[in-house]
Design a protein around this ligand. Structure first.
Ligand code: PMP
Length: 285
């Protein structure tokens, strides 16, 4: 089946879909993106992702490409045309097309909007969660505004590749003070030996993950002990459990850090419990 992308007002076969070479997303990474999980043919937590999109765009002064209702309709249409029941939707907004010059185009141009959808294997994702993943740690080398979901992901790309080459699945960045910030495409969590669930505050150093935010509601509802504070790789090594959160991974157990097993070296009960409760707290639209 041909995959269909939405590109600036048109639904196109992915093989023919393209953007202008002077799109500022292409030339300057001057754009913002979002990724939403699709489950049971519905968008998971879309209102929260839309709110984060709006915030990210506001921070870099790009206009929303269309109204909220119209954007939601485009997402549903891309999902429908690609017949995605379980997978993800990707949307990207850039400042638009203009002759190359660093400062904003003047007069301003229309932002570009691209939306794609992809089927994922539910069985594969569950198998990965049953095995757990390995992570490596790397020095933080990103700009301080990682709270903005920018398409400028070169440090994240290089980190993920290094993880892969070292037989791991994710890389955790470590800041100058020796604390884990987050993963290259996920937020980082540990469970201490006394059962407290810990993740870094969203005040600095991380993207405020939507999965992270929903999980905090799960923790409150289940009355589980939770602390928002930074932790070191060594504390993670000595933890009972660790996991990462991201839209398509939900709660993914981490069983190894820099080659050393965490806890018993197998996924722990708390990560499994949180994973199983997660979608009871998310919205479907
Ligand atoms: N941090 C980074 C750097 C990410 O790329 C992602 C995934 N988009 C996350 C955290 C997790 O965010 P979310 O739960 O909204 O997918």
């Amino acid at each position: 089946m041909a995959r269909i992308a939405y590109v600036n007002g048109r639904y196109l076969d992915l093989r023919e879909a393209s953007v202008n070479i002077e799109d500022r997303g292409y030339q300057f990474s001057d754009g913002i993106y979002e990724v939403c999980e699709i489950r049971d043919g519905a968008l998971v937590d879309w209102p929260r992702h839309r709110a984060r999109l709006k915030r990210s765009l506001g921070e870099v002064r790009i206009a929303m490409p269309m109204g909220e209702a119209a954007l939601t309709a485009v997402l549903h249409e891309v999902m429908r045309r690609n017949r995605v029941h379980y997978g993800l939707i990707y949307l990207q907004v850039t400042r638009g097309v203009a002759h190359r010059e660093h400062s904003f185009p003047s007069p301003s141009v229309k932002p570009s909007l691209v939306v794609t959808a992809k089927n994922l294997s539910f069985a594969k994702n569950e198998a990965q969660a049953a095995h757990g993943i390995a992570v490596i740690t790397l020095p933080e080398n990103r700009w301080p505004r990682v709270d903005i979901k920018s398409v400028a992901l070169l440090p994240n790309v290089l980190a993920k590749q290094q993880a892969k080459e070292q037989g791991a699945y994710e890389a955790w960045f470590v800041d100058r003070d020796g604390f884990v910030t987050e993963g290259s495409s996920s937020n980082a969590w540990i469970v201490t030996k006394s059962g407290t669930i810990v993740t870094r505050s969203a005040d600095s150093g991380i993207l405020p993950g939507i999965t992270r935010a929903v999980l905090q509601e799960v923790l409150a509802a289940l009355q589980m002990r939770f602390e928002e504070r930074p932790f070191t790789p060594q504390e993670a090594e000595e933890a009972a459990e660790a996991f990462v959160t991201a839209a398509t991974q939900i709660v993914m157990p981490v069983v190894k850090i820099d080659g050393k097993p965490i806890g018993n070296g197998v996924p722990g009960p708390i990560a499994a419990k949180l994973r199983s409760h997660f979608h009871g707290f998310s919205t479907f639209s």
